[in-house]
Design a protein around this ligand. Structure first.
Ligand code: ADP
Ligand code: MG
Length: 570
């Protein structure tokens, strides 16, 4: 043993080392649910000046961590207890991986010797192996002296390349093990430059530029990878300098303001079907883009794809000009290249898009202006649309079926990374976790527009919102059911229909139990005053928005994905 390695006598332990390792890497917030074996970790983190946000269910804690990773480009960290708590968090970790959000789930785990022999430990589960399929990477730290390396590897894996969810397993014995203080201090690793902006090759840029130069009807698709890249000014420069119309995917809304003249969002289907050269920027050709296939897309369209992940190329359609690299580095380089190659969208193309936009926006205006009683989705959403147009600082969380699909079209965003929604999985239950994560991370107000069904998945977290006094306004779009609220039991029995929820439920009363303010809104006027008052107070509030139970269509805009029996009687 070298002199420097000799124990000095002073000792620390695994708990403290985890906190030191996280702090050394700039992680200042933990989301989780306390319990065996991590309770002391949560306490000690708070004592060490970290923020700990305690949830009612690990899934919401994980969603909060994931979205904070997306917003900050630092991995959001979620702490879970062993076995069931671990599994509850795993849904959120998988969601982070699928959405390319940097997140780390740190879970305590039971005695490995007992787990591996399946002798029936308290909360026994082989967590490391259970986590692997859902995580970008998974590690276990068996020796307290390796905690620094374990945390560093988790951070680097979460942030580098395509970001994702990383699992870090900490057995109870590792947490409680004592470590010589000097060894501990020397074991910490500060992760340097984990997401270095990689430049694409000059050849890839030239290939893409010459393809764009041939385009008459070019189109740029901005995805949430473009939002994550935080290259807002560069992207705007590319679009404005080239005059290429663009379509934002839902979480890329606001990257350029939605009322930008080059936005083709209100002419989406037309633009997709007619474009001859399409450039995907941080967006995947998955189900959300009809896999790039006809009839949504022209079968002869050629594709450029800019993505940090090389194996994404050709996943659904051949990519004529792949650009592998970081958006922040690639976009200015491509713009430079285009100065010599040139790109000129045909004036007929721009005019045709403008014409479609006008027609569709007029139709939307008419729907928004109608004032049915009870409210439908449009008349209620109009209130939010108007308020958010004046308050671009407010974060919008959105989930549900019709509530998601219609809000995405109705509500314009004016600031980048302010719309947070069901994302790549189209998952329900992200609402409160994302709202809490966004409020904690940004300190800004959040409005969560939730279908009544979607809200149910994480509704108990309104207690968390109230306990931490977060400026979150939850709007429950209450039509009394999944999709709609007027379905009957087809067998004629006394049970409600599978898609039914309690009709006339008073979700506003729930939040009052925890000291928040509840509002019951039955028309746009009462909704507007509730929303104004709630936002002005900057205190937790829930608005029960009463929506016509017959408003809403099954599966919203994705009816094509909803298999139905051809033998159905009704
Ligand atoms: P959307 O759902 O909005 O279409 P996706 O989640 O499908 O977006 O796609 C995001 C893509 O962005 C992913 O393929 C991811 O690899 C990529 N990406 C994330 N960060 C960067 C970055 N900094 N540079 C380039 N590509 C990125
Ligand atoms: Mg509903």
């Amino acid at each position: 043993m070298k002199e420097a390695d000799r124990p000095t006598g002073a000792a620390t332990d695994g708990f403290h080392l985890v906190i030191e390792a996280l702090k050394a890497n700039g992680i200042d917030t933990l989301y989780g649910v306390a319990g065996i074996p991590i309770t002391d970790l949560t306490r000690l983190a708070q004592a060490a000046g970290m923020r700990y946000i305690g949830f009612r269910h690990e899934q919401s804690a994980g969603y909060a961590a994931g979205i904070s990773g997306y917003l900050t480009r630092r991995p959001g960290v979620c702490l879970t207890v062993s076995a069931p708590g671990f599994l509850n968090g795993m849904v959120a970790l998988a969601n982070a991986t699928v959405n390319a959000f940097p997140m780390i789930q740190i879970s305590g785990s039971s005695d490995r010797a007992i787990v591996d022999l399946q002798q029936g430990d308290y909360e026994e589960l082989d967590q490391l192996n259970a986590a692997r399929p859902y995580a970008k990477a998974a590690f276990r730290v068996n020796r307290a002296a390796d905690i620094g390396v374990g945390v560093a590897r988790a951070i680097r894996a979460a942030l580098s390349g395509r970001p994702g969810g990383v699992y870090l397993d900490l057995p109870a014995a590792t947490l409680s093990a004592s470590v010589d203080a000097q060894t501990a201090a020397q074991s910490l690793v500060r992760v340097i430059d984990p997401a270095s902006p990689q430049r694409p090759s000059a050849e890839a840029l030239r290939r893409a530029a010459s393809l764009l130069a041939t385009a008459a009807r070019p189109l740029i698709i901005l995805g949430k990878g473009a939002a994550y890249a935080q290259a807002d000014a560069q992207l705007r420069a590319l679009i404005e300098a080239t005059g290429i119309p663009y379509l934002p995917m839902s979480m890329a809304k606001g990257l350029l303001p939605d009322n930008h003249p080059l936005s083709a969002a209100a002419a989406r289907s037309f633009a997709l079907s007619q474009a001859d050269v399409v450039m995907l920027v941080g967006a995947r050709l998955n189900w959300l883009l009809g896999h790039g296939q006809a009839p949504q897309w022209s079968p002869t369209a050629k594709f450029i794809q800019l993505d940090i992940e090389p194996v994404e190329m050709d996943s659904n359609r051949p990519i004529a000009a792949p650009i592998v690299g970081d958006i922040a580095a690639a976009v200015p380089a491509l713009l430079e290249e285009l100065k010599s190659a040139g790109v000129t969208p045909a004036s007929t193309w721009l005019a045709a898009i403008a014409e479609r936009k006008r027609t569709n926006l007029d139709r939307m205006q008419a729907r928004l202006a109608a004032n049915p009683s009870p409210m439908d989705f449009h008349s209620a959403l109009r209130v939010f649309r108007d308020v958010l147009a004046e308050r671009p600082d407010i974060y919008l969380v959105n989930e549900g079926a019709n509530t998601l699909d219609i809000a995405r079209n109705v509500i314009d965003m004016y600031a980048p990374r302010h719309r947070l929604d069901s994302g790549t999985w189209g998952v329900m239950g992200i609402g409160m976790g994302y709202a809490i994560g966004a409020a904690v991370t940004s300190g800004q107000p959040v409005i969560a527009i939730e279908g009544d069904s979607a809200f149910g998945f994480s509704g108990m977290e309104i207690e968390t919102v109230c306990r931490y006094r977060l400026p979150v306004v939850v709007a429950v779009f209450n039509n009394g059911g999944i999709y709609r609220g007027d379905e009957l039991n087809r067998g004629g029995g006394p049970d409600p229909a599978p898609t039914a929820l309690t009709s006339d439920a008073r979700y506003d009363k729930l939040i009052e139990a925890f000291g928040g303010t509840g509002y019951h809104a039955t028309d746009p006027g009462s909704l507007k005053s509730a929303l104004d008052e709630a936002l002005a107070s900057r205190r937790p509030a829930l608005i029960n928005c009463v929506i016509d139970p017959t408003a809403g269509t099954e599966s919203g805009h994705i009816q094509n994905l909803n298999p139905k029996s051809s033998l159905s009687r009704a």
